[in-house]
Unconditional design. Structure first.
Length: 166
């Protein structure tokens, strides 16, 4: 079971690597034609083996989790823009999770919340390939002038003029 599943997972990730530079429509067609079939094989293995595994065993727990998450796991096939995994998000929040322990020692709840908000802005900059320091300088010069929801939306990192991000 495990080797068959790993082999199938490798096929899915290989297809994603092959299609990484493709337009989303083309990638979605690959997923519909190829990845969906591989996922069907994995699901068959899951359905076949789940009843014969001790639920409290590590494999049993893993298969039960996989079974419960299956609709979320296969959802990426329907949209060529969606990533196969959330590794980018996981990697982005890892330092935040580590920092969370440090924020336990903030003097106030407001101070911890302010630190978390600042950290979120910096990570959003990184995710959008915006240099955090330049963004914060740009943000803090414009923030006092914002009055409406649209004004605040225009201050998001991806809205910073590209010319300022050099």
């Amino acid at each position: 079971m495990a080797s068959g599943c790993c082999s199938s997972d490798s096929k899915l990730f290989a297809a994603e690597a092959r299609s990484a530079k493709w337009k989303s429509e083309r990638r979605q067609r690959l997923r519909a034609r190829y990845s969906a079939r591989v996922l069907t094989i994995i699901e068959r293995m899951l359905v076949e083996h789940l009843p014969g595994v001790v639920p409290s065993s590590l494999l049993g727990k893993a298969l039960q989790y996989m079974s419960g998450q299956w609709p979320k796991l296969v959802r990426y096939v329907g949209n060529g823009n969606w990533p196969i995994s959330n590794n980018l998000c996981e990697n982005a929040i890892r330092p935040f999770v580590v920092g969370r322990k440090g924020w336990l020692f903030s003097d106030t709840v407001a101070g911890a919340q302010a630190s978390a908000n600042l950290y979120s802005l910096v990570e959003t900059c990184k995710a959008n390939e915006v240099e955090p320091y330049r963004y914060l300088v740009w943000l803090f010069t414009r923030l006092p002038l914002a009055a409406t929801a649209d004004d605040y939306a225009d201050l998001m990192p991806w809205r910073m003029p590209a010319a300022l991000n050099r």
